[in-house]
Ligand binder design. Structure first.
Ligand code: SAH
Length: 343
């Protein structure tokens, strides 16, 4: 993997910003294609080839990263591979942190007003970027629903399946290796479309949301909980160079393409005619998370497991302070975007 493929460049993630500044990153842009992307036929052939390769390479890096690091994460943090949602004064124990991860799921459902009513509750759910299936199993049990999870990591699929079987959920939840940007599902399948902390890995945010909308049934709820950068001010064309530098370090460690803002997501959702679009900044609510992850890595168990998990995982651990710095500088935003597919 070259540094080119991991970099957060180019600078501008703004809608209407130039595709040309993004082109060597495989179309890693938040820009809705109809707004500023030149038609495919007008792009030079060499650029098209480079874009495919970059996306494939990114996907391979993501798969390897999670293949190698998921075991360590699970051994310390359990089956939810996402931030916790903390109330003021929440307990700083590992049990408290795991409870905060469940609370994140519950807060997201509440924010999107997903109904518990037996007649209206979700029956078919897709978990896009499912990790080892923490959300899939939780949602399937909560709603008595069927859930299908997709991830790029074969190791995660195997582990997700084993955990589901151990809980007797193998008829309710299923997992497969598949790309969120080319989902292996027909149109209009799911009444809850769930993406918990996978959007930041997606090299083409427009295609990502487009696929979420495509597989959603009419009236379905779509929930995206994801890492974003701050909104740009009206006078800004892009983030500041020092901000891009910081994001770049995070991208290199966690296999992330260019970031976008929550308002970019809103614009994409609007461009797809999605309805009831709501967003919130939960950065304050997740603040205790990364310090806790760092503390867990500094225990004897965390440290020795980290060394055994290899360089990719170690590099991820070394980047954790950058996440804290990003939040402290109000550059990184922990965002939820919820919307509904028209009926
Ligand atoms: N949602 C899970 C895991 C979050 S980790 C949880 O909350 O526990 C990010 C996940 O996104 C990983 O499983 C990774 O494989 C997946 N992912 C990243 N890019 C993806 C893509 N293009 N298609 C499918 N899954 C992807």
């Amino acid at each position: 993997m070259t540094s080119l493929l991991h970099t957060c460049e180019p600078p501008s993630l703004r809608l209407r910003s130039s595709l040309h500044r993004h082109s060597r990153l495989g179309g890693r842009t938040a820009t809705p294609s109809h707004l500023s992307r030149p038609p495919r036929s007008r792009r030079p052939a060499a650029a098209r080839v480079a874009m495919t390769t970059a996306s494939d390479e990114l996907g391979k890096g993501i798969a390897e990263f999670y293949d190698k690091s998921s075991g360590l994460w699970e051994s310390i943090w359990g089956d939810h591979m996402h931030h916790g949602f903390y109330d003021a004064g929440a307990p700083a124990t590992i049990t408290g942190h795991r409870a905060a991860q469940i609370q994140m799921v519950e807060e997201a459902l509440r924010f999107a007003a997903v109904s518990d009513d037996p007649l209206k509750k979700p029956k078919r759910i897709v978990d896009v970027g499912c990790g080892i299936g923490g959300s899939s199993r939780y949602l399937a049990k909560k709603y008595g629903a069927k859930c299908e999870g997709i991830t790029l990591s074969p190791v995660q699929v195997k582990r997700a399946h084993a955990l589901a079987t151990a809980e007797g959920l193998e008829d309710q939840v299923s997992f497969q290796v598949a790309d969120a940007l080319k989902q292996p599902f027909p149109d209009g399948q799911f009444d809850l479309v769930w993406s918990m902390e996978s959007g930041e890995h997606m090299p083409d945010k427009t295609k990502f949301v487009g696929e979420l909308a495509r597989v959603a049934a009419p009236g379905a709820t779509i929930i995206i909980v994801t890492w974003c950068h701050r909104d740009l001010s009206p006078s800004e064309e892009s983030l500041q160079p020092n901000e891009l530098n910081l994001l770049n370090k995070i991208c290199n460690a966690y296999y992330l393409p260019a970031w976008c803002s929550a308002s970019d997501y809103v614009k994409i959702a609007q461009s797809l005619s999605l309805e009831d679009i709501k967003t919130a900044d939960w950065s304050e609510n997740v603040a205790p998370f990364w310090p806790a992850v760092i503390r867990s890595a500094l225990t004897w168990q965390g440290f020795t497991s980290l060394l055994r998990s290899g360089w990719k995982t170690i590099r991820g651990a070394l980047a954790m302070p950058f996440m804290i710095e990003g939040y402290n500088k109000k550059l990184i935003k922990f965002a939820i975007i919820a919307c509904r597919k028209p009926t």
